[in-house]
Design a protein around this ligand. Structure first.
Ligand SMILES: [Zn+2]
Length: 188
């Protein structure tokens, strides 16, 4: 498994390639990328690489991605406790989502505490009309690409979650078979 540093090098180098391709594509007028879209992709990619790495599932100990949060690193300790290393946190679709939901939950708690002290705070900070796909899609893409590069470097396949599920099911079925008094073909 590559170290946090190696993951960062891989992601940073790949970002260079993506950025060069995007600039070239724009110059050739093959694609149109607005500055907001470029910024959304880059910011989410950087956050995914440096702050929301799948290896936060090790945050109960000392890990690079937790150290980057500075004194706020403790926020990720429960996440590290909740998720086993390279389990659900390292799946292709749900894994990245678990960190976003967790972060959202933490922010909601902080917001709730703050608004108790300062009732004038408005939630959410952006109105529904300010959310639109023209920047949300590049944002999601930047985040997910950064996560997938980590998983590829880890040697985790896209069907990791499904295979884990099947493995668990087989284990359960084996247990049930051993517990079952009659050895019928019921569990086959
Ligand atoms: Zn990893």
């Amino acid at each position: 498994m590559p170290s946090g540093r190696v993951h960062n090098i891989i992601n940073t180098a790949t970002y260079g390639v993506i950025a060069a391709a995007a600039v070239w594509g724009s110059q050739q007028q093959l694609i149109v990328i607005t500055p907001v879209q470029g910024l959304a992709f880059s910011a989410a990619y950087a956050a995914g690489t440096f702050l929301l790495s799948p290896d936060l599932d090790l945050a109960e100990g000392r890990v690079d991605s937790k150290r980057r949060w500075g004194w706020l690193g403790f926020v990720w300790v429960p996440y590290g406790r909740m998720f086993s290393h390279r389990g659900l946190s390292h799946t292709w679709l749900l894994g990245p989502l678990t960190r976003l939901v967790y972060l959202g939950l933490m922010l909601t708690i902080v917001w709730a505490l703050l608004s108790a002290v300062w009732p004038a705070l408005k939630w959410p900070p952006l109105g529904p009309s300010e959310f639109n796909l023209t920047w949300l899609l590049p944002l999601a893409l930047g985040y997910y690409v950064s996560q997938w590069l980590h998983l590829i470097a880890d040697g985790v396949r896209p069907d990791h979650g499904m295979r884990r599920g099947q493995q668990k099911f087989r284990q359960l079925r084996g247990k049930a078979r051993r517990l079952s008094p009659q050895k019928s073909g019921r569990w086959k």
